[in-house]
Design a protein around this ligand. Structure first.
Ligand code: C2E
Ligand code: CA
Ligand code: CA
Length: 854
C-alpha cells in the first residue's frame, strides 16, 4: 500500500533526525511496535501459507496486487509539510480487490513483497522500508480479518454479502492506517491525537467515499462476470481522481502556506530586533518545514547568528553559522529592490531537498519581509540610541559629564513633588574663587582641566544618591539627599569641599582651587527655585565672610527682609531713624594715629536686631528708599565729623556710596547742600565706591564725581583688586584713595600672590599720587607686613571694630599709652614720622593722606 504523503516520510525523518531525544524515543517505540506486530502477523500468514499450500487461482490478479501496492506507494503528492494529513490512498484498491477474489495470505504477502520491491529499487533506508512493509502487512491483515468475519456472517450471493465485507475491509484498512500514523504524526508534529485526527477530516471522508465506490464498482463488475472491458476506464478514473485530489491538496496547502507566511510576516513587524529574529527563525522552520533555520547577519556588519530547531531558538550569538552542506538552502536577506542587505537566511534539512517554484517564490517573499523587518528594527534601535543620546546630552554637561542645571532642577523637583524617598534634602552650591584668573593666565584648556578635576573630586566624594551638577562656568551644585538630620548638611558639605583642597596638576603646574559653598535645606514651600536662591544667598554670605561654607539662615536673608520692606518696613525705618551708622577708625599703620573714619550703616530693626549691610543693602538699593537711606547715612556721618572736630579731632569721614545713588543727576547738588548745612568743609568728606560699575555707567558717574571732586570731596575706590580693570576706572573718575580688599590683607603673610597684588597697588598709587588704605587688618604681623610693602594706612579689628560716633570719640580721647587720637603703639619709635613724611612729600595735595592731627 502506498504512503503517499511526504508528511509521513517527514514524520519518519523526524523520528530519525530530531534533536529532541524524547520525541525520538517515542517515535522509535511506536515504529518498533508496528514492526513487531506486523512481523507476528506476517509470520502467522507465512506459516499458514506453508501449512496449507494452495494453488494461486488468479496469478494475473495477484501480480496486479503486487504491482498496484508497490506503485501506489511510490506515487507521491508533492507537498512538503508536517502538518498535512490525508488518510488512506489508492493503494488500498488493488489489495481490497485481491482480498475479495484471492486467498488472503497471498494478497497480504503479495502486497508486502510489492512494497518491499519498490522500496529496494528506490534505495529507501532500511528502517523506512521495513516500516512501510510492516504497515502494509498490518493494514492488509486487518482488511482480511474484516472481510472474513463479515463474509462468514452474511448469506452468500446477496448484494449485501458483496458490498458489506468490502466496505468493512476498507474501513479496517483506514482504521489501522490511522492507528499507525496518527500517533506517529502527533509525536513528530508535537500535536495531540485529536488534532491530527480532525485535520482535513471532511476531505478525507470524501476521498474515502470515492475510493470505496471505485472498489465496490470493480468488485461488482468482476463478481458479476460482466465484461472486464467495463473495468478499462477504472485506471483512467483513478488517475483522474488522483490528479484532481493532488491538485486539491496542493491548492489547499498553498493557501495554508500563504496564510502562514502572512501571519509570520505580520509577527515580524516588531521593532525589537531580537524578537524579529526569533520569530523569523522559529516560524521559518514551520513555514518551510525545515529542520533548522539559521539567520546570519554577519554580511550587514552585525556579528550575530540566530539558530532555531523547530519552534525553539537554540542559539543566538556571534557567528559563524553552522549549517551548511547538501541540506542547506540559502537565501539572501535583501529588499526587493536590492537596496539593503541584512544578511542570509539558511533553511537546513537532513538530506537533500529541492524547492519547487512555488516554494522558491515563497522563500524569496519571506526573505524580503524578514529583511525589511530587520532594517526597520535596526533603524528603530538606532533611533532609540539617538534619543537616549539626546536625552543624555540634554541632561549632562559636556565638559565634565556631570548633570547639568536642567537635570538638577528636574531631579530636585521630584523631591518636592514627594516622588522620591530622599529623606532630608539639602542643596550645596559651590563657586570656585578666582577661577577667572586660571582661565585668563593659563588659558581655557587649563581652565577646563581644572573644572574636570573639580567635577571628578566632587563626584567621588558624593554619597550614593547625591546628585552632583555643574551649573555653568565655575559653579557646581550638589543635591544632598538622605541626610539623617538637617544638621549633617554642613558636615557633608565641608567634606565635599575638603576634597578640593589638594592642588590640581595642570600642564605640570600645581594649581590651588579654593571654593565657597552655600548650603540650604529644602523648605516646605517655594520649590526648587527657592532652594536654589537660598543656597545662592548662603554662598554669597560665605564669600563675603571669607569662609568655606555658610548655611542659609532665614533671618539673614536679604530677600526675606525685602519682603518685610514691601510691607512699609523701609518707610518706617527711615521715619523712625532705625538706620544708624557705626564708624571704624582708619589709622596710620606706622604711628597708630587715627587719620579718618569709615561710616558703616546698620539697621536697628525692632524685631531682627542689628542688621548688617549685607542683610539689607540689596533691598534698600532695589526699593525706592535708597535716597532717603543714603541721606540718613550722610547726615549721621557729617554730624559725627562735626562732633569729633568740636572735640579737637578733625577727622575726615568716609561714606560708602551705592553706584545707583551716583547715577542720580541731583546727587552732587544734594551732597553739597548737606555739607553747607552741617558746615563741614568738602575736603572732610570721602566717598567710597566699589569698583562694580560698568564702563557706560562710568561716563555718567564720572561727571557727577568730577563736580564733587572740584568742590573738594575726595573719592576712594573700595575693595580694590577684586573687581574689573581698575585702570579704566581710574581714567574716568577722579580717584584719591585705593582701599585694598580684606581678602589680600588677610593673605599678606601667607600668599606671595597677595603680597604681589598689594605691592603693585602701592606702586600704582605712588605713581598716580594716590593714598592706599588696607582693609581688615586683624593682627600685628599683618600690620608690619603691610607697612613694609609700603602701605601706610589701614583699618581693621586690630585697631578698632566699627562703633558709634560717641564711642569712637571716647576711644579717641582715651588714646593709647597716654596719647589721644592714637590707637596703636608706633612701629618704629621716631622712624615712622621720617618715613611717612618722606613718602608724603612726594604726593600732591590731592593725593596726601587725610589730615593728621598734630
Ligand atoms: P566695606 O566698605 O568693605 O566695609 C568694610 C567691612 O569690613 C565692614 O563690614 C567692616 O565691619 C568690616 N571689617 C572692618 N574691619 C574688619 C576686620 O578686621 N576683619 C573683618 N573680617 N572685617 C572687618 P560691614 O559693616 O558689614 O559692611 C559691609 C559692606 O557694606 C561694606 O563693605 C560696604 O561696601 C557696604 N556698606 C556699609 N555701609 C554702607 C552705606 O552706608 N552705604 C552703602 N552704599 N554701602 C555700605
Ligand atoms: Ca567701604
Ligand atoms: Ca571694602
Amino acid at each position: 500500500m502506498s504512503d503517499v504523503l511526504s508528511e509521513r516520510t517527514d514524520a519518519l525523518r523526524k523520528a530519525h533526525s530530531s534533536n529532541d531525544d524524547a520525541t525520538d524515543r517515542q517515535l522509535l517505540l511506536l515504529i518498533g511496535l508496528v514492526v513487531v506486530l506486523a512481523s507476528g502477523v506476517a509470520a502467522a500468514d507465512l506459516w499458514h501459507a506453508i501449512d496449507h499450500p494452495r494453488p494461486i487461482p488468479h496469478p494475473g490478479l495477484l501480480a496486479l496486487v503486487v504491482i498496484g501496492a508497490g506503485v501506489a506507494n511510490r506515487v507521491k503528492v508533492y507537498v512538503r509539510t508536517r502538518s498535512s494529513r490525508n488518510g488512506t490512498t489508492w493503494g488500498e484498491i488493488p489489495v481490497l480487490i485481491g482480498l475479495v477474489f484471492l486467498p488472503h495470505v497471498w494478497v497480504i504477502l503479495g502486497a508486502a513483497i510489492g512494497v518491499a520491491i519498490v522500496k529496494i529499487i528506490a534505495g529507501t533506508a532500511l528502517h523506512r522500508a521495513v516500516f512501510s512493509v510492516a504497515k502494509e502487512v498490518l493494514t492488509a491483515s486487518a482488511a482480511s480479518l474484516a472481510i472474513t468475519v463479515a463474509g462468514s456472517m452474511l448469506e452468500p450471493g446477496t448484494l449485501a454479502a458483496t458490498i458489506i465485507p468490502v466496505a468493512l475491509g476498507y474501513a479496517a484498512i483506514s482504521l489501522v492506517d490511522d492507528l499507525v500514523f496518527t500517533p506517529v504524526i502527533a509525536v513528530a508534529s508535537r500535536s495531540t491525537l485529536i488534532q491530527v485526527f480532525r485535520k482535513d477530516l471532511g476531505d478525507r471522508m470524501i476521498a474515502h467515499a470515492v475510493r470505496l465506490a471505485t472498489v465496490l464498482y470493480v468488485v461488482e463488475v468482476l463478481a458479476s462476470g460482466a465484461s472486464p472491458l467495463l473495468l478499462g476506464f477504472v485506471p483512467l478514473l483513478i488517475a483522474c481522481l488522483h490528479l484532481w485530489h493532488s491538485q486539491q491538496l496542493r491548492t489547499k496547502e498553498e493557501r495554508r502556506s500563504w496564510r502562514d507566511l502572512a501571519t509570520t510576516t505580520e509577527e515580524l513587524s516588531s521593532v525589537e530586533l531580537t524578537q524579529v529574529l526569533h520569530v523569523a527563525a522559529t516560524q521559518g522552520a514551520r513555514v518551510f518545514s525545515s529542520d533548522v533555520v539559521e539567520i546570519d547577519l554577519t554580511a550587514s556588519g552585525i556579528d550575530r547568528v540566530v539558530r532555531a530547531h523547530g519552534s525553539e531558538v537554540v542559539y543566538d550569538g556571534p557567528g559563524p553559522r553552522k549549517f551548511a552542506g547538501v541540506g542547506a538552502i540559502t537565501a539572501e536577506l535583501e529588499t526587493s529592490d536590492r537596496s539593503y542587505q541584512a544578511g542570509e537566511l539558511v533553511l537546513g534539512f537532513h538530506g537533500r531537498v529541492k524547492l519547487n517554484e512555488f516554494e522558491q517564490y515563497k522563500l524569496k517573499t519571506f526573505a524580503a519581509a524578514l529583511c525589511t523587518a530587520i532594517r526597520n528594527a535596526t533603524a528603530y534601535a538606532e533611533l532609540q540610541r539617538l534619543n537616549e543620546q539626546n536625552a543624555y546630552d540634554a541632561a549632562h554637561d559636556p565638559l565634565t559629564g556631570l548633570a547639568n542645571r536642567r537635570e538638577l532642577y528636574e531631579h530636585a523637583a521630584l523631591h518636592f513633588q514627594g516622588n522620591t524617598e530622599d529623606g532630608v534634602v539639602a542643596l550645596l552650591l559651590i563657586d570656585l574663587n578666582h577661577f577667572k584668573e586660571v582661565n585668563d593666565t593659563l588659558g581655557h584648556a587649563a581652565g577646563d582641566a581644572v573644572l574636570r578635576e573639580v567635577a571628578r573630586r566632587l563626584a567621588d566624594a558624593a554619597a550614593p544618591g547625591d546628585l552632583v551638577a555643574r551649573l555653568g562656568g565655575d559653579e557646581f551644585a550638589v543635591l544632598l539627599v538622605n541626610l539623617p538630620t538637617p544638621a549633617l548638611a554642613t558636615h557633608r558639605a565641608k567634606t565635599m569641599l575638603a576634597t578640593l583642597e589638594g592642588s590640581v596638576s595642570v600642564e605640570g603646574m600645581q594649581i590651588t582651587v579654593e571654593a565657597a559653598g552655600g548650603i540650604a535645606l529644602a523648605a516646605g514651600s517655594g520649590g526648587v527655585n527657592e532652594l536654589m536662591r537660598r543656597a545662592d544667598v548662603a554662598m554669597y554670605q560665605a564669600k563675603r565672610a571669607g569662609q568655606q561654607t555658610a548655611t542659609y539662615v532665614h533671618a539673614q536673608d536679604p530677600a526675606d527682609i525685602g519682603r518685610l520692606a514691601l510691607g512699609g518696613e523701609l518707610n518706617r525705618a527711615v521715619a523712625e531713624h532705625e538706620f544708624v551708622v557705626d564708624f571704624q577708625p582708619i589709622v596710620d599703620l606706622g604711628s597708630g594715629e587715627v587719620v579718618s573714619a569709615e561710616a558703616l550703616a546698620r539697621w536697628h530693626h525692632p524685631e531682627h536686631g542689628y542688621l548688617t549691610p549685607i542683610e539689607f543693602l540689596q533691598t534698600v538699593e532695589r526699593s525706592g528708599r535708597l535716597q532717603a537711606f543714603a541721606d540718613a547715612v550722610l547726615d549721621q556721618a557729617l554730624d559725627a565729623s562735626d562732633l569729633w572736630r568740636e572735640a579737637g579731632f578733625d577727622l575726615p569721614v568716609a561714606v560708602n556710596v551705592s553706584p545707583r545713588s551716583l547715577l542720580d543727576p541731583r546727587f552732587p547738588e544734594t551732597v553739597l547742600a548737606r555739607l553747607r548745612r552741617h558746615a563741614v568743609p568738602a575736603d572732610r568728606l570721602i566717598f567710597e565706591l566699589a569698583e562694580t560699575l560698568t564702563l557706560s555707567q562710568l561716563d555718567v558717574v564720572g561727571k557727577a564725581l568730577t563736580g564733587l571732586s572740584e568742590a573738594g570731596v575726595r573719592l576712594a575706590l573700595d575693595d580694590f583688586g577684586t573687581g574689573v580693570t581698575p585702570l579704566s576706572v581710574l581714567s574716568h573718575i577722579p580717584v584719591h584713595q585705593l582701599k585694598i580688599d580684606r581678602e589680600f590683607v588677610g593673605a599678606v603673610q601667607t600668599s606671595s600672590e597677595a603680597s604681589a597684588v598689594i605691592r603693585s597697588t602701592v606702586d600704582l598709587a605712588r605713581s598716580l599720587h594716590l593714598t592706599v588704605i588696607a582693609e581688615g587688618v586683624e593682627s600685628e604681623p599683618q600690620r608690619q607686613a603691610l607697612w613694609s610693602l609700603g602701605c601706610l594706612a589701614g583699618q581693621g579689628h586690630l585697631f578698632a571694630r566699627p562703633m558709634s560716633a560717641a564711642r569712637l570719640l571716647a576711644t579717641l580721647q582715651r588714646g593709647t599709652a597716654g596719647r589721644p587720637g592714637v590707637l596703636a603703639t608706633s612701629l618704629h619709635e621716631g622712624g615712622a614720622v621720617v618715613r611717612m613724611s618722606r613718602r608724603r612729600s612726594g604726593g600732591s595735595g590731592r593725593s596726601a593722606l587725610p589730615h593728621l592731627p598734630a
